[in-house]
Write a protein that binds this ligand. Structure first.
Ligand code: PHE
Length: 353
């Protein structure tokens, strides 16, 4: 299994640490440093087995390479996974993150990290205590740019407008039914933006606290998680964990388009073809969800402003998607295939960054 998984990954290096005091596994997958230091979030959660954590890290790291390469940004791709052991005591979190920070530091800037599923800007502050200066998204109090979620959400909104522009010749989301699957860091920031655009928003979520907040306090229509994928809507926005689009789920979809923030939405590349065969427009995940990574690298590395970052995201996401949809139509390929080509051209140095 190890042999074929690593071969398919095509990445540069994989660092595996066993965190003895906690029993956690720390996996740092550095997929590519071709365009610059490899950047990617740190995901912290439990997995059924180490193989699952490993596959997650490997696939996510490749997604980060594509996310930075497609807009021509000078970063490579990586991802770290901290696989928590059963019965992990929350009291041990701080020390675990500090030890993790030492590992990040030891990589001497080959790897830069930020938050991902299961980690927050507060965690980045802790990691930075030992891993600084390679840590993005520390809290503003600690001198960082904070949570990237709102920027990612803004990029997803732009992506949905581009989807409507392509499908209907009009970018407005007014009255379009949009299903947001997952109301966490990005989905939760996306919902109010959609409401403000006049969209008919529905959401699914598994966390009771978030369900109560968005359904009862914000007044958004709730759909149970098991009905989310089959909902009849204009746009399905996967904003939770990846792998939601595969041979078993795609036949059930009743949406016109998919555009969301989750990384690795496709179970495999063939699933892009399955979506096309069903006439569902797929906005490639690493294009639609690039807003956070674009904004944070601009704010923290290039002295950018929040307004400037938003302008960059809006211009990039719209242009890239419209171009991919057009190329896909013209050449009879999938938007995912068109996106891959764009990222690979930058990786091959065929297009000046
Ligand atoms: N989770 C973020 C992403 O997938 C990781 C990240 C945030 C990387 C900010 C760089 C900067 O894009």
């Amino acid at each position: 299994m190890f042999d074929s998984v690593l071969r398919d990954w095509e990445g540069e290096s994989l660092v595996i640490h066993r965190d003895v005091p906690s029993g956690a596994w720390i996996l740092i997958a550095i997929h590519s440093t071709r365009l610059g230091p490899a950047a990617g979030g740190t995901r912290m959660k439990q997995y059924p087995a180490v193989e699952d954590a490993l596959c997650d890290a490997l696939r996510l790291s490749k997604g980060m390479t594509l996310k930075f390469a497609a807009p021509g940004l000078p970063y490579g791709g990586a991802k770290a996974v901290i696989m928590l052991p059963d019965g992990f005591e929350p009291g041990g979190r701080r020390e675990l993150l500090r030890r993790y920070g030492e590992h990040v530091k030891a990589l001497r800037g080959v790897f830069y990290t930020g938050p991902d599923f299961g980690t927050t800007p507060n965690d980045m502050d802790v990691i930075a205590e030992t891993g600084s200066p390679y840590i993005f998204c520390r809290t503003p109090e600690a001198g960082g740019a904070g949570d990237p979620g709102p920027y990612t959400a803004f990029g997803v909104l732009t992506g949905m407008r581009a989807v409507c522009e392509h499908l209907h010749g009009d970018a407005s989301l007014a009255s379009r039914r949009v299903l947001v699957q997952g109301a966490g860091d990005v989905g939760g920031a996306l919902i109010p933006l959609l409401v403000a655009e006049g969209a008919q928003v529905v959401f699914s979520e598994v966390d009771d606290r978030l369900i109560r907040y968005f359904r009862d306090e914000v007044g958004v229509e709730f759909v149970p998680a098991e009905d989310a994928l089959g909902d009849e809507c204009d746009i399905l926005a996967p904003c939770a964990l990846g792998g939601v689009l595969d041979e078993t789920t795609i036949p059930r979809l009743r949406c016109a388009a998919v555009a969301g923030s989750a990384n690795n939405q496709l179970g495999s590349r063939e699933d892009a073809e399955r979506l096309r065969a069903r006439g569902i427009l797929y906005a490639p995940d690493y294009i639609v969800n690039a807003g956070g990574a674009m904004a944070i690298t601009s704010l923290e590395m290039r002295g950018g402003t929040p307004e400037g970052a938003r302008d960059e995201i809006a211009t990039y996401v719209r242009r890239a998607l419209l171009r991919m949809f057009e190329v896909a139509d013209r050449e009879g390929i999938t938007p995912d295939g068109a996106a891959l080509r764009m990222a690979e051209e930058h990786l091959a140095g065929a297009v000046a960054a």
